[in-house]
Design a protein around this ligand. Structure first.
Ligand code: NAD
Length: 235
């Protein structure tokens, strides 16, 4: 049985991915700032802290063996006019989204290189494709994740490791509902559904299904790709 780590797996998209991969027969450990206390495979780790990631991964390896699947779903959004973004805000959003992805890949990679097989899926954002006002730090971080994905795919392909990104668009999660409540979405969820070609909001399960495919053996010829899951909002 393969062991997967899902960061941000305590909520929303990451939770949906962890549940799906468990259903598909993976051992799945979750690394999250706020892990579910009832889940004995959920570990508290801040992805901006290499020491916390290393401690959590040591515990995961001791229990479940080497980690050959990594899904980076931990994320933090931000909404501010560009002129109001303090450098500390900018740094925090880049730190969680981009540097967190860097730290987790670096920490897990030795297991994949030893195994001669690995799957990395980075959850970026459709806003990296479309742009998004008042989210310049977030869009910059998510765009960088797409770039990192492409570069790493070339570097790690010869070692049997694929690296892909899934940029979600408009997925029903606590993050999105919080933005709606704070009137930061530019309209209600219902308004957005009317503008979405498939006329519904996305679900964590939509993202999980795409991740499950990219992680599967039969997706071994797919690497360096940015696979949008957004109901046709970005093409
Ligand atoms: P969410 O807020 O429901 O879940 C995010 C999870 O990440 C939480 O469990 C949180 O505790 C964890 N997390 C945050 N900072 C962390 C840190 N420093 N270390 C460890 N864990 C941390 O959000 P979601 O909507 O499920 O988002 C998941 C991913 O999808 C994020 O990367 C987000 O940017 C991306 N995304 C979501 C949407 C959407 O429509 N919901 C759209 C585009 C991109």
């Amino acid at each position: 049985m393969k062991t997967a780590v899902v960061t941000g797996g305590a909520s929303g998209i990451g939770l949906g991915i962890a549940q799906r991969l468990r259903g598909d027969g993976f051992h799945v450990a979750v690394l999250d700032l706020n892990p579910d206390e009832d889940d004995d495979l959920a570990y508290r780790a801040d992805v901006t802290r290499p020491d916390e990631i290393a401690a959590a991964l040591n515990a995961v390896r001791a229990k479940l063996g080497p980690v050959t699947v990594l899904v980076n779903a931990a994320g933090l959004e931000g909404f501010k006019r560009f002129q109001s973004i303090a450098f500390a805000d900018w740094q925090r959003v880049l730190d969680v989204n981009l540097n967190g992805t860097f730290h987790c890949i670096q920490a897990v990679l030795p297991d994949m290189l030893d195994a001669g097989w690995g799957r990395i899926v980075n959850i970026s954002s459709s806003s990296a494709h479309s742009g998004q006002p008042f989210m310049s730090h977030y869009v910059a971080a998510k765009s960088a994740i797409n770039g990192l994905t492409k570069a790493l795919a070339l570097e790690l392909g010869p070692s049997g490791i694929t690296v892909n990104a899934v940029p979600p668009g408009f997925i029903d999660t606590p993050m999105l509902r919080k933005s709606e409540q704070a009137r930061l979405l530019g309209g209600s969820v219902e308004d957005h559904i009317k503008r979405t070609p498939v006329r519904r909001i996305g679900t964590p399960q939509d993202i999980a299904a795409t991740c499950a495919f990219l992680i599967s053996e039969e997706a071994g010829y797919i690497t360096g790709q940015i696979i949008g899951v957004n109901g046709g909002r970005n093409t």
